[in-house]
Design a protein around this ligand. Structure first.
Ligand code: NAI
Ligand code: 15L
Length: 267
C-alpha cells in the first residue's frame, strides 16, 4: 500500500462515513478522527477523538501519520464562533502539527462556497479570485491560503478540493450542476495522494455533469477523469418547481441556498 498510516479528520461526518470503507487501499493503517463518536475501530483502523480547536489534541492526533485527508470542521454557513474554532483555528493547529511532525502531504476538503458569489452564468477556474459567500466560505479560503503558505515556506504539499455537492442524489438544478459522485471523490483522493508532485493545487470536486460551472484547467495534471454524472437525476429534476423568482440570490449566485442564510456573528 502507498502509505503506512493516513489520517482522516471529520471521519464521523456524512462524507467521512461514506468514505470509511474506501480508505483501506491507501494505507496499512487508517486513523479516523472526529470530535463526535466513531464507534469501535475495525480491522486496519485506529480511532482518535479530537477537537480540532485544541492544539495539543491535534498534535497528538497527527503523530506517526504520513498523509492527511482533512475533512473535519463545520460544513455549512452558521454563526461565526464555531466556524472560527473548527475551520480557522482548526486548520492552523493542523498545519502547525504537520510542519512539526514532518508530514509531507494534505488533501483539504475545501468547498465551492469559496467562490459562491460568482454568478451561475459564469465559468470559474482556479486562477480566478476567490469570492466566498459567507463566513463558511471565508473559512475555506483561509484554509486554502494557509496551505499555500505552508507550501511556499516549507514545501508541504496540499491539494485543496473545492467540493460541489457530494450526496447520494441530486434533487435541484443547482445540485445537477455541482454534484460529485462518491466514486469520483475517491478517484480525486487517489490522484491527490499518489500523483508524485502536486505542490499547492486547487481542484474542483465535481462529476462529469452537463452544464457544470467549473473549469479544471489548472489541475489537469492530476489526471482526474470523472466516471460519474448527474445526468441520471436530470429527468426527475426537470419538472421540479422550486418556487423561487429567477432574480433571487439563491438562483443568481453559485452559492445557491447559502445566500439565504444571514451572516451571524453569534445567535
Ligand atoms: P459533516 O458536517 O457531515 O462532517 C464534518 C465532521 O467534522 C463532523 O463529523 C463533525 O463532528 C466534525 N467536526 C466539526 N467540528 C469539529 C471540531 N471542532 N473538531 C473535530 N471535528 C469536528 O460534513 P460532510 O458533508 O461530511 O463534509 C466533510 C467536509 O467536506 C467538510 O469540511 C465540508 O466543509 C467539506 N465539503 C462537503 C461537501 C459535501 O457536499 N458534502 C461540499 C463541500 C465541502
Ligand atoms: C458545502 O460546502 C457543504 O458542506 C455541503 O453540505 C453542501 O451544502 C454543499 O456545499 C453545496 O454547496 O451544496
Amino acid at each position: 500500500k502507498p502509505f503506512k498510516r493516513i489520517l482522516m479528520t471529520g471521519a464521523a461526518g456524512g462524507l467521512g462515513s461514506r468514505l470509511r470503507e474506501h480508505l483501506q487501499e491507501f494505507a496499512e493503517i487508517v486513523r479516523l478522527s472526529d470530535v463526535a463518536d466513531l464507534g469501535p475501530a475495525r480491522p486496519g483502523e485506529e480511532v482518535v477523538r479530537c477537537d480540532l480547536a485544541d492544539r495539543d489534541q491535534v498534535l497528538e492526533m497527527c503523530q506517526g501519520v504520513d498523509a492527511i485527508l482533512h475533512f473535519g470542521g463545520v460544513s455549512t454557513e452558521t454563526e461565526f464562533q464555531p466556524i472560527m474554532a473548527a475551520n480557522i483555528l482548526g486548520v492552523v493547529n493542523l498545519y502547525e502539527a504537520v510542519h512539526k511532525l514532518g508530514i509531507r502531504r494534505v488533501v483539504f476538503a475545501s468547498s465551492n462556497h469559496t467562490m459562491g458569489m460568482y454568478r451561475t452564468t459564469e465559468i470559474v477556474d482556479a486562477s480566478m479570485p476567490t469570492r466566498p459567500d459567507g463566513y463558511y466560505g471565508v473559512s475555506k479560503v483561509f484554509g486554502e491560503s494557509l496551505s499555500r503558505l505552508y507550501w511556499d515556506r516549507f514545501g508541504i504539499e496540499t491539494v485543496c478540493i473545492r467540493i460541489g455537492y457530494c450526496f447520494p442524489e441530486a434533487t435541484t438544478h443547482r445540485q445537477l450542476a455541482t454534484w460529485l459522485g462518491l466514486d469520483d471523490l475517491v478517484q480525486l483522493l487517489r490522484r491527490s495522494l499518489l500523483t508524485p508532485r502536486v505542490g499547492h493545487t486547487i481542484a474542483f470536486g465535481v462529476s462529469d455533469n452537463p452544464g457544470k460551472w467549473w473549469d479544471d484547467r489548472h489541475s489537469r495534471f492530476l489526471r482526474y477523469q470523472p466516471t460519474q454524472s448527474s445526468r441520471p437525476f436530470a429527468d426527475r429534476v426537470a419538472d421540479a418547481v422550486d418556487g423561487s423568482a429567477p432574480n433571487e440570490p439563491a438562483l443568481v449566485y453559485q452559492g445557491g441556498p447559502f445566500l439565504n442564510i444571514e451572516l451571524k456573528y453569534k445567535d
